[in-house]
Design a protein around this ligand. Sequence first.
Ligand SMILES: NC(=O)c1ccc[n+]([C@@H]2O[C@H](COP(=O)([O-])OP(=O)(O)OC[C@H]3O[C@@H](n4cnc5c(N)ncnc54)[C@H](OP(=O)(O)O)[C@@H]3O)[C@@H](O)[C@H]2O)c1
Length: 344
Amino acid sequence: MQRRPFGTTGMELPEICFGTMRFAAQEPGDDPRTHAGKRALEEALDLGIDFVHSSYEYGTRWATGEVLARHPNRDRVRHIIKVNVPDWGEPTFEPADFRGQIEDALRELHAERIDIVQHLQRGDIDRRLGYDDRAEPRRVDEFDAVLDPLREVAQRLRDEGLIGALTTFPYTVGYARAAIGSGAFDGVVAYFNLLETEMVEVFDLMRERGMGFIGIRPLMAGLLSDARIDRTALPPGDRMLEASWDRAYDQLAEARTLVDPHIGEGGIAPSWTSFALKFSLIDPILASTVVSINSPEQLHEALSALEGPRPDPDLLPQLHRITARFRDEHGVRADGAGVPQYER
Ligand SMILES: NC(=O)c1ccc[n+]([C@@H]2O[C@H](COP(=O)([O-])OP(=O)(O)OC[C@H]3O[C@@H](n4cnc5c(N)ncnc54)[C@H](OP(=O)(O)O)[C@@H]3O)[C@@H](O)[C@H]2O)c1
C-alpha cells in the first residue's frame, strides 16, 4: 500500500482508510455481515492499512473496538474520528462535549491518541436543510462563534497528547473557504469521488496553506461500484433505488461520456470499482480515501483496484464542470443533500 503525505503535518497515510460505517450491525449480535466485516478489518490491519475512520454515530464502534482490542498492530493504527459540536439543535460550541467525544473514542477504540479530528459544525439550524447550500450562510455566520473555543480546546488536547491534527468537515465550498481562511485547521475532510468534485475549488487555497485533504466515499456510497452502476439491475430494496439518488444517476449518465472509455478493454481500469478508487486519489493533495470495506473480498478488490496506471489529472476539471452545472441547476449536491449522509 502506497503512502502519501497529509499536507505539512508530517503524517504519511496509506492511500486507503478503512471506513467502519457499514461493516457491522448497529448492535452486538450474530449478524453474518458483522463477521465478514470484522475479518476484513483484521486482515486490513495485518496488511498494514493502519488508518481507521469511525464515529460514535455509526453504531459500529463496538465491533471496531472488539477487533482493535486484540490486534497486535493496534498501537500503530492512526485514527480519524468525526466530532460533531455543536450537534443538531445545540446553539453553542461546548468544549466539554468536544473533549467528551474524544475521550469516549479513545476508550472505545483502545487508543492512546486520535491522530486526526474531523470537526463537523451542525448547530441550531433547520435539520431538514441539513448541510445544503441553503443552510450554508447560517453555518458560516455561526462559525465565528465556534472558532475560538474550538481552537482553545483542541490546543489543550494536543498539549495533553490526546489528539494530533485538527481538520474541518465543511460539506459546502463556502464553509470550506471560511474554515481554511481561519488558519485553525491542518486539513480538510470531504466527500470526493467522480460525482462529488466540489472541493477542487479550494485545492489551491489548501495548497497555499500547506493543508492536506482526505476524501470520503470514493464509491459514492456504492453507486460507483460495479454492483450498482446499472440502476436497472439493482435488487428490490437496494438503497440506490430511493428517489433521493435520482439526481446522482442523472449526473452519472453525463459523466459516463467522459469515463466509459477508461474502463475495460483499452482503458486504465478493469472495472468501475477500480476506476472510481483510482479517481479518488487523482490529485496529490489527496492523502487517503475513506472507503467502507464490508468483507475480505471487498478488501482484496479495493487493494487490487489501485494497481496499474492512474487517471489523467485533466479528467478532474472536466468532471467538475458537470458537477458545477448540476449544482447550479439544482442548487444541491449530487446526493440530494439535506439528509445527513450517515443515515443513507
Ligand atoms: N459524515 C461522515 O463523516 C461520513 C459520511 C459518510 C461516510 N463516512 C465514512 O466514509 C466511509 C465510506 O462511506 P460510504 O460507505 O458511504 O461510501 P463508499 O465507501 O464510497 O461505498 C462503500 C460501498 O461500496 C460497495 N462496494 C462494492 N465493492 C466494494 C469494494 N471492493 N470495496 C469497498 N466497497 C465496495 C459496498 O456496498 P455494500 O453495502 O453492498 O457492501 C460499500 O458499502 C464510511 O465507512 C465512513 O467511515 C463518513
